[in-house]
Design a protein around this ligand. Structure first.
Ligand code: CP
Length: 317
């Protein structure tokens, strides 16, 4: 098996089946720090640099929390406007990263340009972790989602996922790349203008990923083991910040998962994942049903980032 030490985490295209379980096993070893709310010293000699060119609540703070839990140091920026990349100079990724690599031992980057973390990794002498790049991918979120699924279903094989939301979204890309490594079948439900792009469909075909495109959650929710959600009332992920208009619109019923629908049609043991933030596609009264697992995802998000930091910094194998 390949070592994670010194590796970039850029895409789930590059993950092999055994590597998912290797990461999950490290999560199991380290999760006590988050569960028991105490900090250790595994990464006490290391520094994380967070370079966030787009807003984030969960990804940045879970990564920073994970580093603190392991006794490491954290510095960075959460708004590129405070750097030379966001002012008059529009400093390039290459020049910026040539600076940042001397300030930390690992760089966690979110960017509005698809491929920006890969570009950063070309120039950085330290590992780069992709924390979401435009519409591209969101590997650490989807590793968190799959770890949550594995914990709650006991397996990643033999499961049918209902993916509902914008299929151009970075989480959807990463989860469908990951599906290639498991016996996962996917039902995809989205508005027509948010369908999978042709080039992505070609990649899924090449990877032998099995999926059906369906019109409404009602058509397939009864078959789902895992309901994997994203908004269809959606920001523009190619912008550094999207304030949205006054009227953001409402989610059509075809793309909503409600308490009533779950009661009427869902499998008793199906689980709902949502990377959050949500709009009205997942009403808050679903939260206290037995299906909701998104708050477990929030906890697991810290555990997953601890594991990834420890692995790429060579503190665990
Ligand atoms: N799930 C997720 O990526 O959330 P943030 O945008 O808050 O990081």
């Amino acid at each position: 098996m390949r070592s994670f030490a010194g590796r970039d985490i850029l895409s789930l295209k590059e993950f092999e089946r055994d590597e998912y379980f290797q990461v999950f096993e490290v999560c199991e070893r380290l999760k006590h720090y988050a569960r028991d709310r105490h900090n250790g010293d595994l990464l006490k000699d290391k520094t994380l640099l967070t370079a966030f060119y787009q807003p984030s609540t969960r990804t940045r703070l879970a990564t920073e929390a994970g580093m603190h839990r392991l006794g490491g140091h954290v510095l960075g920026f959460s708004d590129a406007k405070m750097t030379r990349a966001g002012d008059f100079y529009q400093e390039s990724i290459k020049d910026t990263v040539h600076m940042l690599e001397y300030y930390g031992d690992v760089i966690a980057m979110r960017h509005f340009q698809q491929g920006a973390p890969r570009e950063a990794a070309k120039w950085a002498s330290v590992p780069v972790i992709n924390c979401g790049d435009g519409w591209g991918e969101h590997p650490t979120q989807v590793l968190t989602d799959l770890y949550t699924t594995w914990k709650h279903k006991g397996t990643l094989d033999g499961l049918r996922f209902l993916c509902v939301g914008d299929m151009r979204m970075r989480t959807m890309h990463s989860i469908l790349y990951a599906a290639a490594q498991f016996d996962i079948q996917a039902d995809l439900v989205c508005p027509p203008e948010m369908s999978l792009l042709d080039e992505f469909k070609a990649e899924l075909a090449e990877r032998n990923v099995t999926y059906r495109e369906m019109e409404s959650v009602e058509d397939c929710i009864a078959d789902a083991d895992v309901i994997y959600m994203e908004p269809v009332v959606q920001a523009d992920y190619t912008k550094s910040r999207d304030e949205g208009g006054e009227d953001k619109g409402l989610t059509p019923a075809a793309y909503q998962v409600t308490r009533e629908l779950m009661r009427a049609q869902a499998k008793r043991d199906s689980i709902i994942l949502h990377s959050l933030p949500r709009m009205d596609e997942l009403p808050a009264d679903v939260d206290n049903t037995r299906h909701a697992r998104y708050w477990f995802e929030a906890f697991n998000g810290v555990v997953m980032r601890m594991a990834l930091l420890a692995l790429v910094l060579g503190a665990v194998e």
